[in-house]
Ligand binder design. Structure first.
Ligand code: VAH
Length: 315
C-alpha cells in the first residue's frame, strides 16, 4: 500500500490532491505537510507543519511516517517568484534539493510538477514539442527547468523513481491560487458569479494552455501508477487540456451568464511572463507513454466551475 507525503498540501493543487489521494489510498496513508497548520478537512488526516527549506525537518517527518512516496508541491508560483527572485530560488530549489535528498536516502518514489513556465520566448510557441529548447526568462521558469534537470539527475545518478508533468494553468474552485500568472482565469469565474464583470490583467489574444483541476489530479495519479518500463521521459511530461485566451473564457461564461462583460487592465509584469510562455503544448508523449487524457474541455469546465462557485458563495 502506498504511503504518501505531500508538501505544499494547503496550496491550489495540494489541497485537492490530498483529499483525492486519501480517498484512493486511505486517509491514514497520506500525510499533508505545509508551512502553515492545516485546518478543516485536510486536518482530518495526518498533518505536519514543515518548512521544506529545513532538510532535517523534511527527512525526520518522512521517516516518522515510513512513507514510500513523496509528492513535492511546495513552491512560489511565477508572479510571486518575479517579485522576490532570491526567495523563490531559496524555496523552489532549496526545497526541491531537500525533497530529492530525502527521496534518495529513504528510497521514495517522487513526483514534482514542472510547468509551461519551463519554456521561454525562443521555444516553438505552437504545439510546443516534448523535447525542445528551454530558455525561460523568469525566475520561476529557471527554477522549473533546473528542477526538471535535477529530478532527471536523481533518476539517472541515484535510481530515484522521479516523475513529473509540465502543468498548464490550473483552474479550480476549492482553493484560490496564489501568485500565478494564469490565475486571471480563476478570478474571472468568481467575478462572473459575484459581479457579472471582470477586468483581466492578461491582454486579449494571449493564448496559454489550461486544465481543470480534476484532470490535473488524475494525471498525477496516472503517471505515478504507470509502468516505469513504458516511460521514455520522466521530468517532465507536457500535458494540457486546451489552449485559451481571455475572450475564450468570456464566451464560455456568457453561455451561462449572458450579460457578463470582460474589461482589460493589463499588468505588464504578468503579461511579460505570459508572453514568454507557449500558446499550446504537444502532449503526445504523455498520451503514448502513460495514457494521459483530459476529460474537461473549456465548456465542460466552465459549466462545472460556475455551478460549484455559486454553491460556494451562497454558503
Ligand atoms: C503560474 N499557475 O501561473 C502557475 C502555473 C502554468 C502556470 O505554473 O505561475
Amino acid at each position: 500500500m502506498k504511503k504518501i507525503l505531500v508538501t505544499g498540501a494547503l496550496g491550489q493543487i495540494g489541497s485537492e490532491l490530498v483529499i483525492k489521494l486519501r480517498e484512493r489510498y486511505g486517509i491514514n496513508n497520506v500525510v499533508a505537510t505545509d508551512i502553515r497548520k492545516a485546518e478543516g478537512i485536510i486536518a482530518e488526516g495526518p498533518c505536519e507543519v514543515i518548512d521544506v527549506t529545513d532538510a532535517n525537518q523534511l527527512y525526520e517527518v518522512a521517516k516518522k511516517y515510513q512513507i514510500d512516496t513523496m509528492m513535492h508541491l511546495a513552491a512560489l508560483l511565477s508572479a510571486k517568484a518575479e517579485e522576490n527572485p532570491k526567495l523563490a530560488w531559496h524555496i523552489n530549489m532549496g526545497g526541491l534539493v531537500n525533497a530529492l535528498e530525502t527521496a534518495r536516502e529513504l528510497n521514495l518514489q517522487f513526483f514534482t510538477p514542472s510547468s509551461i513556465g519551463a519554456f521561454g520566448p525562443t521555444t516553438p510557441k505552437d504545439k510546443t514539442p516534448q523535447d525542445t529548447l528551454q530558455r525561460p526568462t523568469t525566475m520561476y521558469g529557471v527554477n522549473k527547468v533546473a528542477g526538471e534537470l535535477l529530478a532527471d539527475y536523481y533518476y539517472t545518478r541515484f535510481g530515484v523513481d522521479t516523475r513529473g508533468v509540465r502543468f498548464p494553468g490550473l483552474i479550480s474552485y476549492v482553493t484560490l491560487p496564489g501568485g500565478g500568472t494564469t490565475d486571471y482565469a480563476v478570478e474571472m469565474y468568481y467575478e462572473a458569479v459575484k459581479n457579472k464583470t471582470y477586468t483581466s490583467y492578461i491582454a486579449e489574444g494571449t493564448y496559454m494552455d489550461m486544465m481543470y483541476m480534476p484532470d490535473a489530479l488524475n494525471a498525477i495519479i496516472q503517471l505515478m501508477e504507470a509502468n516505469p518500463a513504458n516511460l521514455k521521459h520522466r521530468n517532465a511530461f507536457n500535458i494540457t487540456a486546451f489552449s485559451a485566451e481571455p475572450e475564450d473564457f468570456a464566451s464560455a461564461i456568457k453561455k451561462h451568464i449572458p450579460d457578463f462583460t470582460l474589461e482589460y487592465q493589463v499588468d505588464p509584469v504578468r503579461q511579460k511572463i505570459a508572453d514568454s510562455w507557449p500558446n499550446s503544448l504537444d502532449s503526445t508523449a504523455a498520451m503514448e507513454e502513460w495514457g494521459f487524457k483530459a476529460e474537461y474541455d473549456l465548456d465542460k469546465m466552465t459549466s462545472n466551475m460556475l455551478e460549484k462557485i455559486k454553491i460556494k458563495i451562497e454558503r
